[in-house]
Design a binder for this molecule. Structure first.
Ligand SMILES: [Zn+2]
Length: 162
């Protein structure tokens, strides 16, 4: 979901091809990272030596459960502040990817509990009305992902031609 935003951003920033590739890569990496708390996720499978300990510890430390601490608004927000203060566009890209991942989860049926921690820490936060939200991994989400992949493909194609 992060890639269309990345390419739009890159169009305005006019990076070199190497810089552009690295920037997009960092956004994608950032957008995968929050699911490090779930061993079955893409990133959790690659970094099983991090995701499994988190999973096991989550039985005694509830904030480590899936869609827990890594999915709070506070995390990408703090990263963005550091990136701005430091003037580091790469960390900014990583933070943007992270933020977009949480947006993606906010439009699922489950939403994210306590997203705006320390405010409303026990409220389930969602982005869309119920009928427009998704069950993770269900048909509607697959269609959305397919659509976004096609959109990304088109944007990369358009970017290369310009
Ligand atoms: Zn997630």
């Amino acid at each position: 979901m992060a890639l269309p935003f990345a390419i739009l951003g890159v169009n305005q920033l006019e990076f070199t091809p190497t810089g552009t590739t690295l920037f997009i890569f960092l956004i994608l990496l950032g957008s995968l990272f929050p699911d490090i708390d779930e061993p079955k996720s893409t990133i959790g499978r690659k970094f099983w030596f991090i995701s499994w300990p988190i999973k096991l510890l989550s039985h005694i430390l509830p904030f480590l459960k899936h869609r827990g601490i890594t999915h709070l608004f506070l995390v990408p927000f703090s990263l963005s502040i550091v990136a701005l203060y430091w003037g580091n566009i790469w960390l900014g890209g990583f933070a943007l990817g992270w933020l977009l991942h949480t947006f993606g989860d906010l439009i699922t049926i489950g939403g994210i509990r306590g997203y705006f921690y320390p405010f409303w820490s026990n409220r389930k936060i969602v982005l869309l009305p119920y009928v427009l939200r998704f069950y993770t991994g269900r048909g509607a989400e697959q269609i959305l992902i397919t659509f976004l992949v096609l959109l990304n493909g088109y944007l990369v194609y358009a970017l290369v031609l310009i």
